[in-house]
Design a protein around this ligand. Structure first.
Ligand SMILES: C=CC1=C(C)c2cc3[nH]c(cc4nc(cc5[nH]c(cc1n2)c(C)c5CCC(=O)O)C(CCC(=O)O)=C4C)c(C)c3C=C
Ligand SMILES: [Fe+2]
Ligand SMILES: [Fe+2]
Length: 367
């Protein structure tokens, strides 16, 4: 028998609200080994993320990974940690605030909040807060431009798990992806042009590298659209910049484990380019909407050291979209696009009011 929580009713008689919930991956609470252990345990126990039978994966995760990785990862996190906390959480929180402002200026009265799939603030807590603010309609917006089972789907799973326990459910809509949204592509292109304006225009020996987070190759064979969506983002961005194919490298970073992941891998590609005599590489990570460990440490620091050590001359890291106003405008457009046609009830819901009155009568009668 499932357990349906007792929970407050929607407040009949006050205007129902529409909520927008931004959902990002999640991040440890502190750059320490115990915090990393908690975070990695939750993250890597998710069967959407590691698709290995539990009987095989459990001893590897608990016996090896959770004993060795937390300390190493904590040191990496410490190198990018901000005074306000983990970059991923800090940027996501700022995006939610800015988005609320932009939507408000456009005349939309929406409640905007954010949550993390792993760690805090949790998806369940955020949905509970939206419900307490009388949100009878909620738009779920995973902050991953390209859909993957291991990212967008698991973020939505967390919301649906909360709904499964909910006695009095709100209406739900979800954003599946926005890898080809014109505003998202335009913001990426503007960020590259801004980088070139500030750091020098590309010369003859130049590559723009688009580094996406990898996933196991098997997921592509099983039908996950992630790879195709990354390539489409790459094509649209190259076209927006007027860069021919030969000057763009699309690669996949952050491989985890021994299985084959999507290729080409970022680190060996940087090495190859340096050996081939390419003098300058600028790297952008279009699959990450906020800077985080994987961009700031793996790409901006490690990638740079590797490229220069292999003989490259100039290495640039182009920041993620973070709080760029053109990106927040694009997010607002994604939200309004997905709200369109959703019937609103500005006035108190008459049917709900009548139902409340009937319930009150019934309670009185049963006393
Ligand atoms: C943007 C898309 C992402 C995909 C796809 C993805 C898949 C994926 N990741 C792992 C394992 C790890 N990822 C880690 C960090 C991390 N991953 C993403 C995004 C995607 N992951 C982000 C934004 C971050 C950074 C979080 C932060 O706090 O800054 C980590 C943790 C760090 C470490 O110990 O290296 C792991 C582990 C797998 C297995 C996977 C599979 C499909
Ligand atoms: Fe990851
Ligand atoms: Fe990494």
């Amino acid at each position: 028998m499932p357990f349906f929580r007792p929970e407050p009713e929607f407040k009949h008689g006050t205007a129902p609200q529409t909520g927008v919930l931004l959902i990002n991956l999640g991040t440890p609470d502190a750059p320490t080994a115990p915090a990393l252990r908690r975070y990695l345990k939750e993250f890597l126990s998710d069967p959407r993320v590691v698709e290995i039978p539990r009987l095989i994966w459990w001893p590897i995760l608990n016996g090896i990974i959770l004993n060795t990785r937390p300390a190493k990862s904590a040191a990496k996190y410490a190198s990018v940690w901000l005074p306000e906390g983990s970059p991923l959480r800090v940027h996501t929180e700022r995006q939610a605030k800015l988005l609320k402002g932009v939507l408000g200026q456009a005349g939309h009265r929406l409640v905007v909040d954010y949550a993390m799939r792993y760690g805090q603030p949790s998806v369940a807590d955020a949905l509970e807060r939206l419900k307490q603010q009388n949100c009878t309609r909620i738009l779920l917006l995973p902050l991953y431009p390209q859909y993957a089972g291991s990212t967008s789907a698991t973020a939505l799973d967390a919301a649906y798990a909360w709904l499964q326990q909910s006695r009095n459910q709100p209406e739900i809509r979800a954003v599946r992806n926005f890898h080809d949204h014109p505003g998202y592509i335009a913001a990426l292109a503007a960020s590259v042009r801004q980088y070139w304006a500030e750091n020098g225009q590309p010369g003859p020996s130049y590559r723009l590298m688009l580094s996406f987070h990898g996933v196991p190759k098997r997921t592509l064979e099983l039908g996950d659209p992630y790879h195709c969506e990354c390539l489409k983002t790459g094509r649209l961005l190259s076209e927006a910049l007027g860069l021919p194919k030969e000057r763009v490298e699309i690669c996949f970073q952050s491989r985890f484990g021994k299985a084959e992941w999507l290729q080409p891998y970022t680190a060996p590609t940087l090495h190859r380019l340096a050996k081939e005599g390419v003098e300058r590489v600028d790297v952008i990570c279009p699959g990450f909407t906020s800077d985080c460990l994987e961009t700031l440490e793996e790409i901006a620091m490690e990638g740079k050291a590797d490229f220069l050590a292999a003989g490259g001359k100039t290495y640039g890291y182009i920041p993620c979209l973070n709080e760029r106003p053109d990106w927040i405008e694009a997010l607002a457009d994604i939200v309004t696009m997905h709200l369109s046609g959703w019937p609103t009830r500005e006035a108190p819901d008459q049917a709900a009011l009548e139902q409340s009155a009937l319930r009150a009568q019934a309670r009185g009668a049963s006393r």
